[in-house]
Design a protein around this ligand. Structure first.
Ligand SMILES: C[S@@+](CC[C@H](N)C(=O)[O-])C[C@H]1O[C@@H](n2cnc3c(N)ncnc32)[C@H](O)[C@@H]1O
Length: 264
């Protein structure tokens, strides 16, 4: 089984030692809210003849999707995360990396936690995913990014294949350049084909970039809070082996469906 209906902690205890090449975790952010969405269902509708295609996947409203993102305190969130990271560390290969996806609420705490668990020398990057969506505020700069903390189990041996992204300068226009630690990738828009309706779903382009950069071909990618399965789809589509879990049955059903259709 690739996608388990399980708590991260429970799955961690079943993993083989030194088996995982990349741990990407996008846990609840401790927003204090219930994250909600409506499942988007593709229905096969016949297209007018001569359109060149037999089917037209179009969205329809489905089930209500939600997960609780509330902890008693930041300390409770950190204790929850610490227990799960500690249980997962033995499953990481010596060449493995960790990508922990958080935001302004907890990135400073999470960084200190990873420094403590792995050692500050194991820090590789503090990636900024800038997504552009959302409102503004008259009281502060608008918050338009998430934080992805990149640590290596062994800073001398971890896998890294620099991702190439389109250059933006006039001199380099039309060419590719190595990505920086600021990843400018739009959030999923309402009409995007990949949109499942699962709350806080991340874009496939972001996960494809991270997985291909940080996991060798054929390697095992673990996403223990897999939600709609974006990481797992990115892993499967790029020739890596996906493994995930989530405590939400809707998330697991969506992730399994995505994986099945990405395998054709
Ligand atoms: C930020 S969302 C992940 C979104 C995902 N990256 C995507 O692209 O759809 C966090 C997920 O963590 C799950 N979760 C919360 N507590 C968990 C636990 N103890 N073990 C596993 N998953 C958990 C939630 O159900 C939710 O789906």
């Amino acid at each position: 089984m690739t996608v388990h209906l399980a708590d991260w902690l429970e799955l961690a205890h079943t993993l083989d030692a030194a088996s995982v090449d990349l741990l990407y975790a996008d846990p609840p952010f401790n927003t204090g809210k219930t994250q909600q969405g409506i499942e988007r269902v593709s229905t096969k509708e016949p297209r007018p003849s001569g359109s060149g295609s037999e089917s037209n996947p179009s969205p329809a409203a489905g089930a209500r999707l939600a997960y609780a993102d509330t902890f008693a305190s930041t300390a409770a969130w950190l204790a929850w995360l610490r227990e799960r990271l500690e249980a997962t560390l033995p499953a990481l290969k010596p060449t493995a990396s960790i990508l922990l996806h958080v935001d302004w609420r907890t990135s400073h705490h999470a960084r200190l936690l990873l420094d403590e668990l792995l050692g500050p020398d194991h820090f590789v990057n503090h990636l900024i995913w800038t997504y552009g969506l959302g409102g503004s505020s008259p009281r502060r700069f608008a918050r338009k990014h998430d934080d992805i903390l990149f640590y290596a189990v062994d800073p001398e041996r971890y896998h890294f294949e620099p991702p190439m992204v389109p250059a933006t300068s006039n001199r380099m226009k039309g060419r590719l350049k190595k990505a920086t630690d600021v990843l400018d990738i739009p959030a999923i828009n309402n009409m995007a084909h990949e949109r499942t309706g699962y709350p806080t779903q991340k874009p496939l382009a972001l996960l494809r970039l991270l997985v291909t950069a940080c996991c060798p071909p054929g390697g095992l990618v673990l996403d223990p809070c897999c939600g709609s399965g974006t990481t797992l789809e990115a892993a499967a589509a790029s020739g890596r082996r996906p493994l995930g879990c989530d405590i939400n049955p809707h998330a697991v059903a969506i992730a399994r469906r995505r994986l099945a259709s990405s395998k054709g």
